[in-house]
Write a protein that binds this ligand. Structure first.
Ligand code: IFM
Length: 445
């Protein structure tokens, strides 16, 4: 029971969103187009034929949204900046009106005592850079460092943390590997090269931001899971080891060990990335924190057709297995593989559910159970010595779930897309009470 969980008194409780998923105002005040504007307007790409033109209209309703956060009593808000809002082409001129929006948002958060945790890149590359080759072009990594430098120079003293990338695995594998995400390329060699350029851009951005002297904590956010063999067979175990190497170690090893995992390099063979001398020295910048996004595990099966996860705890509306203990196992495994693991934030965790607004309420008990069991799993990892500093629930509100459009709801606040009205779900009230209880118990201790 959550009543018995006690997190440390300085633990950060937060909620998370990203720019393209909530802001709307796609062309307002000088914003340039991003690859997600282009992609979502391409017929056949988004399941419900929607786009991000309006989304939750957070650009105009941010004050209401910050008030919602204050009502929840969160300590912190994780959000991303739309690069093409502040630099319309991704190179050249800055857009002061775009920066002004984020300054207003920071003011509103500051008024409410909510700490801002910024992500620089949550998948919405400026179209101008895509026209120059996107993440396949090594030069894009340098443009990203210029952008990171400018943001840290302007806002570095107002931000609690700055993450370079959100889930580069997705940018590479869904954007360039299987075309599910923008820019819609399906080419394994490109996906692997892009992952290297993303890591390089992370390292260059870290250097550029450090050079500003910012006191914000600097890091990266990775989506991670455990890879379990479906059975005890050697074939399943081999697949599980390869999945861990390709998805987790592929991004962790360069940062913490200045190399790519050997297992993956062997498996990739001729599609291994082109790595320049000195790249790993750039990538392996010391991190102030690692952001971990955890939703599910992978179960690896060599059988045809593959065995499916048993799903004893059920599946989410995304079809993802609910597996809270995977969060404990993941964090323990990370610490074993990377003894110098920096402090961790759980930067995303939450679920898509089939919600319904009835009588002005949304009874999403299933989401409450998901969050509660994952918090228990998180605390179990902390009790085993993993240094975790905070938890950000994904997501503050229902929003544009990429190629699923508005058909999947991850929010703890319901959004009526016809009126843009926000209604806190039962999970929001539960999270509010949970945070309040943590504070009360802290005071009593
Ligand atoms: O909505 C996404 C988010 O943008 C990145 N992490 C996973 C979430 C749920 O799919």
């Amino acid at each position: 029971m959550t009543e018995t969980i006690h997190f440390p008194s300085n633990f950060t409780w937060g909620v998370a969103t990203s720019a393209f998923q909530i802001e709307g105002a796609a062309a307002a005040d000088g914003k340039g187009p991003s690859i997600w504007d282009t992609f979502s307007h391409t017929p056949g790409k988004i399941i419900d034929h929607s786009n991000g033109d309006v989304a939750c209209d957070h650009y105009h309703r941010y004050r209401e949204d910050v008030a919602l956060m204050a009502g929840l009593g969160v300590d912190a808000y994780r959000f991303s900046m739309a690069w093409s809002r502040v630099q319309p082409a991704g190179k050249g001129a800055w857009n002061e009106q775009g920066f002004d929006f984020y300054a207003r948002l920071l003011d509103a958060l500051q008024e409410r005592g909510i700490a801002p945790h910024l992500t620089l890149y949550h998948w919405d590359l400026p179209k101008g850079l895509q026209d120059d080759g996107g993440w396949m072009a090594r030069a894009t990594a340098h443009r990203f460092a210029d952008y990171a430098h400018e943001v840290a120079r302007r806002f570095g003293d107002r931000l609690a943390t700055i993450a370079t990338h959100n889930e580069p695995w997705c940018t590479a594998n869904l954007g360039y590997g299987n075309a599910q995400f923008a820019p819609g390329v399906a080419d394994k060699k490109q996906a692997i090269q892009v992952s290297h350029h993303l890591l390089l851009s992370h390292g260059l951005a870290m250097q550029a931001m450090r050079a500003t002297g910012t006191r914000a904590g600097l890091g990266i956010v990775l989506n991670q899971w455990t890879a379990d063999p479906a059975t005890d067979s050697e074939a399943d175990k081999r697949l599980a080891a390869l999945e861990w190497a390709n998805s987790i170690a592929w991004f962790m090893d360069p940062i913490f060990k200045k190399r790519y995992p050997e297992l993956s390099l062997q498996a990739h063979g001729s599609v291994a990335p082109d790595v320049h001398a000195g790249d790993f020295d750039i990538i392996a910048q010391p991190l102030d924190f690692l952001g971990v996004n955890y939703y599910r595990r992978e179960v690896m099966s060599a059988e045809v057709p593959p065995r499916k996860p048993e799903g004893g705890n059920g599946f989410t509306d995304m079809g993802w297995e609910i597996y809270p203990q995977g969060l404990t196992e993941l964090l323990v495994q990370l610490k074993a593989d990377y003894p110098d693991l920096p402090p961790v934030y759980i930067t995303e965790n939450g679920m898509a559910a089939v919600d319904a607004l009835e009588g002005g309420q949304v009874d999403d008990q299933v989401r409450i159970d998901y969050v509660r069991t994952h918090l228990e799993a998180l605390k179990a990892a902390m009790d085993r010595g993993i240094d975790v500093r905070g938890y950000f629930l994904w997501s503050l509100m229902d929003n544009f779930e990429w190629n699923s459009g508005y058909a999947k709801r991850f929010g703890i606040v319901w959004v009526d897309y016809a009126t843009l009205e926000r209604v806190p779900k039962a999970s929001a009230l539960w999270y509010r009470d949970f945070i309040a209880r943590q504070r009360r118990d802290r005071r009593a201790a």
